[in-house]
Design a protein around this ligand. Structure first.
Ligand SMILES: NC(=O)c1ccc[n+]([C@@H]2O[C@H](COP(=O)([O-])OP(=O)(O)OC[C@H]3O[C@@H](n4cnc5c(N)ncnc54)[C@H](OP(=O)(O)O)[C@@H]3O)[C@@H](O)[C@H]2O)c1
Length: 269
């Protein structure tokens, strides 16, 4: 495993995403992911699966302090009272004592950021959450959030087809983790001739090359989701090769500013 050292905390750079996993398959997926070696799990109140993620964690038998668990508060729940109640509900469902990281899932211009961050700071002081972060924040919004507290992470869409250069530059300057969601562009990278060609040299798939490319970048973590256990194993099998600088650059050139997640409530990127 590769770790990113963020504000004194070691974060496993490869995590497991759970969006669209639910019920027993979600429980099994989380348990199996932990068996494979994943130690960083991503969920959200909005995914409606925290109870199953929590069951998967219990079933794995892993010690709590070996895991890094993230959850998120939905953008309709950012007022002081709603944020607290959402986070406490997440904790009850996950049943893991504390969250390593709580994120504002999407910004909401109708609720002052200071109010949401104030509520998160209270939860942090009470030991319910270890770190405070955001998701889907632009550089401008991230800079605004930094006026109120230390931000641990900004979770955003990031893969070879969507550059995040200005945001990553800011995260690297400020010591903030950039967690890449949709890191394999929902599987689309599989068909890419450049990634296929690079993968051939190492006996790796375009998806494995993509994950390795992300993890070579300082301050970046990636949280691929895989319902299939074969995919979960393949995605974890990326620590026995490294990419050359020219291969890294060839992958950066694949950028076409293509966003897979752009809902109606997203702000100006
Ligand atoms: N903060 C946010 O707003 C936000 C938004 C989106 C996602 N996320 C988080 O990021 C995680 C990952 O993003 P995502 O789920 O949207 O997209 P993703 O991880 O890029 O793609 C998931 C898709 O790729 C397939 N896949 C994964 N590994 C594969 C492999 N080795 N070979 C072939 N196909 C493979 C999966 O198939 P199978 O399932 O069939 O294995 C699934 O269809 C989410 O689960 C969630 O935790 C956060």
């Amino acid at each position: 495993m590769i770790f990113q050292s963020i504000q004194g905390t070691k974060v496993p750079a490869l995590g497991f995403g759970t969006w669209k996993l639910n019920g027993l398959p979600c429980e099994e997926a989380v348990q199996e992911a932990i068996d494979i070696g994943y130690r960083h799990i991503d969920t959200a109140a909005m995914y409606g699966n925290e109870e199953y993620v929590g069951n998967g964690i219990q079933l794995s038998g892993i010690a709590r302090n070996e895991l890094f668990v993230t959850s998120k508060v939905w953008h309709t729940h950012l007022s002081k009272e709603k944020l607290r109640s959402s986070a406490e509900d997440s904790l009850r469902k996950l049943n893991i004592g504390y969250l390593d990281l709580l994120l504002i899932h999407w910004p909401n211009p109708d609720v002052p950021l200071e109010e949401s961050i104030g509520a998160m700071l209270e939860l942090q002081q009470e030991g319910k959450i270890r770190h405070i972060g955001v998701s889907n924040f632009s550089t401008t919004l991230l800079q605004k959030a930094l006026q109120f507290t230390a931000i641990f992470c900004n979770q955003v869409e990031y893969h070879p087809y969507l550059s995040q250069k200005p945001l990553l530059d800011l995260c690297q300057q400020q010591g903030i983790l950039l967690t890449a969601y949709a890191p394999v562009a929902h599987g689309e990278v599989m068909h890419d001739p450049v990634l296929q060609e690079i993968g051939k040299k190492y006996g790796k798939s375009p998806i494995q090359v993509t994950l390795r490319w992300l993890l070579h970048q300082p301050f970046v973590a990636a949280i691929p989701k895989a319902g299939s256990n074969t995919h979960r194993k393949n995605n974890f099998d990326i620590f026995d090769f490294t990419l050359k600088e020219e291969e890294m650059q060839a992958i950066f050139k694949l950028n076409r500013n293509s966003r897979m997640v752009n809902p109606s409530w997203a702000h100006e990127w």
